[in-house]
Design a protein around this ligand. Structure first.
Ligand code: C5P
Length: 234
């Protein structure tokens, strides 16, 4: 499992997404793609079916968080959609994560990879303490939530490439780290703060890297993708 580059398809609609992906299919390349809330809420489950029909794997990044029974049933729907990877908020508790896994597991025992989001990277220490009333250093909270996810039977977490080593230390090397915040050495960081190149992410132990703008906004997205694969998957 693991060692793949996932392209974040952060496009507003189906037309722009399929047009972007056609450059890949024209060359016989079927990348693993991430679909987020913007595109899914705009286009509905059909966007998943259409991309799956192109033979591509899908990480559906909807970050579920609700009572266990609701999450279980929502996950069953996502599992029937045949996504390859999906996620939820670890803050929903171990009971919610266990229910999610139950819902996700198909009658034949197979299921998509299930990841947890620990703390959003947009939450800083101040918000953690003053708004969420969690009076612990952020690193402790992230590692504790990762361990909860592991205990609940999840496959891994979404985290910074700079946290991959600590997560693997706390939860074992089989526990997946899927890492956004990736930039080529000659890219600007943009709004990402804690970044690594694909090669560095591989050294740090990332299992999958998620790349959006360095590929989607590149002059030649296919060349940028192949560059990322070359750097990360060697
Ligand atoms: O364009 P860029 O490479 O920054 O895109 C990264 C993708 O990963 C985006 O879809 C973003 O929402 C997602 N992401 C992130 N940081 C997180 C979780 C998800 O950048 N902590």
């Amino acid at each position: 499992m693991g060692k793949d580059v996932i392209i974040a398809c952060d496009f507003p609609d189906k037309a722009s997404t399929l047009s972007f992906l056609s450059a890949f299919t024209d060359r016989g390349i079927k990348p693993f793609v991430k679909i987020g809330m913007e595109l899914f809420y705009a286009e509905g489950p059909d966007i998943v079916r259409e991309i799956k029909a192109l033979g591509m794997k899908i990480f559906l990044d909807l970050k579920l968080h609700d009572i266990p029974n609701t999450v279980k049933k929502a996950m069953a729907s996502l599992s029937r959609l045949d996504v390859d990877m999906c996620n939820l908020h670890a803050a929903g508790t171990k009971r919610m994560m266990e229910a999610a896994l139950e819902g996700l597991t198909r009658p034949d025992g197979t299921r998509p990879i299930l990841l947890a989001v620990t703390q959003l990277t947009s939450t800083d220490q101040q918000a953690l303490e003053n708004e969420l009333l969690i009076r612990e250093p952020m690193e402790n909270v992230v590692m504790s939530y990762a361990r909860n996810a592991k205990d609940a039977g999840l496959d891994g977490v979404v985290c910074s490439p700079l946290e991959s080593g600590a997560v693997h230390e706390a939860c074992g090397n089989e526990f997946l780290t899927v890492t956004p915040g990736i930039r080529f050495a000659d890219n600007s960081a943009g709004d990402q703060k804690r970044i690594a190149t694909p090669a560095r992410a591989a050294e740090l132990g990332s299992d999958y890297i998620v790349m959006g703008r360095p590929i989607t906004a590149a002059e030649d997205p296919v060349a940028a993708y192949l560059r990322a694969v070359n750097e990360f998957c060697v």
